[in-house]
Design a protein. Structure first.
Length: 346
C-alpha cells in the first residue's frame, strides 16, 4: 500500500525540480547564444535610447541670472509661442506668426521626446546642409524656416530677443549632447512605406477612431483656456501649418504619427498604429485645405533634392502632383535612382 507523501516533502520536491529546471533552461539558452542559434540582442529593445533624454531639462530649477533670464524667455516662447509673437499679442510690430501653433505642438516633451524631432543636440548639428535651401545654413535660419512654414509667418530678426532666447533654450537642451550632436531617437521612427497610394477612406476611419478625441471631428484641435495657443493643435485650416511645412509630406507625417500618436498612448517602442494606418491617416489629414506658402517654387533650388512626397511643384520628373501627394511613391523613387542615381527615402 502506497504511503501518501507529506505536503512538506511535495513542496521541497517541487522547488528542487524548479531549481534544476531553471539551470537547464539557462544552460540551453547560453549554448544557443554561443553557437548563434539565438542572437545575443534578441531580448534587447531595437529602439533602446540613450539616458540623455532623461537628464534634467526643468527650466524652473535654474537660478536667476541675466543669461538664465534670456533662456527662460526662450522656453516661454517655445511653449506659448503665439502669446508673444502671434496675431493677438497686443503689439502689431511683434506679429511674426499667423497661426496659433506653438513650437511644443510638434516638438513634443518641450523638445525632449525621442522620435518627435527632439532638439537635444541640434546646436551641435549646425551649421548644416539642407536641400530645401541647397546650402549650409545656421540654426537661426532653421528656426526661421519653421517661422515661415510651420508658423505660417515671417522671419524673426537675427538680433531680436526672441531669436536669441530661442537659441539660448536650444543650447541649454543640447548641453549634454555629444560633440557631433548625433543621438539615437533624433528625427522620427522608420516607416515601411506601403507600395500603394494612400487609402483616404481608411485614413478617415483611422482618424475617426484614434484622432478625434484630441483634434476634434473637424480637425481643428483644442485651445487652452487662455485662447492663445493649442493644447491639441489643428491639423488643417487657417490656424494650422502651411503647405510648405515638412508635415505636409505624407511620408514625414506618417513617421511622426507612427511614433507619437495617439497622444500619450503611442510611444516610439510601442506604436499604436501600423505603418499602413499611419500612412493612410497622414494622407487623409494632408488632403484638407490649409494656408499656402508664398513662392513655394523657390524651395529646393536643385529640384532633384526635393522629397518625393512634397505636395507642390516643380519636380525633376513627370509624375503627376496627385502621385507626389498620395503615392504610390516607389515608382518615383525608382525613377530618381535610375535617372539621377539618387536614393530617395522621403
Amino acid at each position: 500500500m502506497n504511503k501518501e507523501v507529506p505536503p512538506f516533502y511535495k513542496k521541497i520536491r517541487r522547488l528542487v525540480f524548479m531549481y534544476f529546471g531553471s539551470i537547464l533552461v539557462i544552460a540551453f539558452l547560453t549554448l544557443c547564444c554561443c553557437f548563434d542559434v539565438i542572437p545575443l540582442d534578441l531580448f534587447k529593445s531595437k529602439n533602446k535610447i540613450s539616458n540623455i533624454y532623461y537628464m534634467n531639462y526643468d527650466v524652473s530649477t535654474l537660478p536667476d541670472s541675466k543669461d538664465n533670464e534670456l533662456l527662460k524667455y526662450g522656453f516661454e516662447l517655445f511653449q506659448k509661442t503665439p502669446k508673444y509673437i502671434g496675431t493677438d499679442n497686443g503689439n502689431p510690430d511683434m506679429v511674426y506668426q499667423n497661426n496659433r501653433l506653438a513650437c511644443r505642438n510638434c516638438h513634443l516633451g518641450l523638445g525632449t521626446q525621442p522620435y518627435s524631432a527632439p532638439l537635444i543636440g541640434i546646436i551641435q548639428r549646425f551649421p548644416q546642409f539642407r536641400g530645401r535651401e541647397n546650402k549650409i545654413g545656421t540654426i537661426e535660419e532653421r528656426i526661421n524656416g519653421c517661422m515661415e512654414r510651420s508658423m505660417n509667418g515671417r522671419v524673426l530678426p537675427l538680433e531680436s530677443k526672441e531669436m536669441k532666447g530661442m537659441v539660448a533654450y536650444l543650447k541649454w537642451l543640447s548641453r549634454f549632447a555629444p560633440e557631433d550632436g548625433e543621438i539615437k531617437g533624433k528625427g522620427f521612427l522608420k516607416l515601411k512605406i506601403p507600395n500603394r497610394a494612400v487609402n483616404l477612406d481608411n485614413g478617415k476611419k483611422v482618424f475617426t477612431q484614434h484622432c478625434v478625441t484630441c483634434h476634434g471631428i473637424d480637425g481643428q484641435g483644442t485651445l487652452y483656456a487662455d485662447g492663445y495657443s493649442y493644447e491639441y493643435p489643428p491639423l488643417w485650416g487657417d490656424d494650422s501649418f502651411n503647405n510648405g511645412a515638412g508635415m505636409t509630406r505624407v511620408i514625414t507625417a506618417a513617421k511622426f504619427i507612427k511614433g507619437n500618436m495617439p497622444f500619450e498612448l503611442a510611444t516610439y517602442d510601442a506604436p499604436v498604429l501600423t505603418d499602413e494606418e499611419a500612412y493612410d491617416v497622414a494622407g487623409f489629414i494632408n488632403m484638407h485645405d490649409r494656408p499656402q506658402k508664398s513662392n513655394p517654387e523657390k524651395d529646393f533650388p536643385d529640384i532633384k533634392k526635393k522629397p518625393v512626397s512634397t505636395p507642390y511643384p516643380p519636380y525633376a520628373d513627370n509624375f503627376p502632383i496627385e502621385q507626389h501627394k498620395l503615392g504610390p511613391f516607389q515608382p518615383i523613387m525608382a525613377f530618381y535612382k535610375q535617372e539621377y542615381n539618387i536614393t530617395k527615402t522621403k
